[in-house]
Design a protein around this ligand. Sequence first.
Ligand code: SF4
Ligand code: FES
Length: 211
Amino acid sequence: MSKTKKKENMIHFTIDGQEVQAKEGWTVLETARHYGIHIPTLCYHEAVQPSGACRLCVVEAREGGRSKVVISCMYPSREGVEILTDTERIRNVRRWILEMLLAECPASKEIAQLAEEYGVKSTRFKSEDPEQQCILCGLCVRACEEIVGVRAISFGSRGVSKHIATPYMIPNQACIACGSCVSVCPTGAMQARMDKVRGDVSQRTGHGYAH
Ligand code: SF4
Ligand code: FES
């Protein structure tokens, strides 16, 4: 058997005019990050599977004379595609997404700051709950399941009542209060909940937790 290592097939394309090479299976976002090219994200974390929930990572993909807006955390790197991360079209889509997020979670400082960066000062959409911080991106749920392997939290209800909760809304003995959900949460929504959960787990086990 040959001892020569098989050369990896690389995918060649451009991001904002810069020539890049991606390994097979890398998304556009992974390739951009590899080259230090910034694309804003909220629901993405490299340790869990992408879900495409927030749409903030949109970029323009030009190929064969056509252009389309794609979600970079889900879109595979493709030979010859031209990716543009910060065109006026893309900035407009992100502004629109941020307006919706401002209405969805008006209490999140992180979202307000991001909106300000894009010049979004107010929203045309109606806000249901002025205290809301959660954008329902599901990153906490994926982290709990995929990193910790516990599944202590999940989505509850549907539509406007959708929220993050323990399965079947009953106190969950599986939670070890590790704080992974807090550390991945992009909006600060998980911190207040974790303070309560840590209190409950401390009572249950007799252990204290550092904040
Ligand atoms: S609590 Fe945070 S991580 Fe979980 S869904 Fe809401 S915003 Fe996303
Ligand atoms: S980061 Fe890609 S959809 Fe949220």
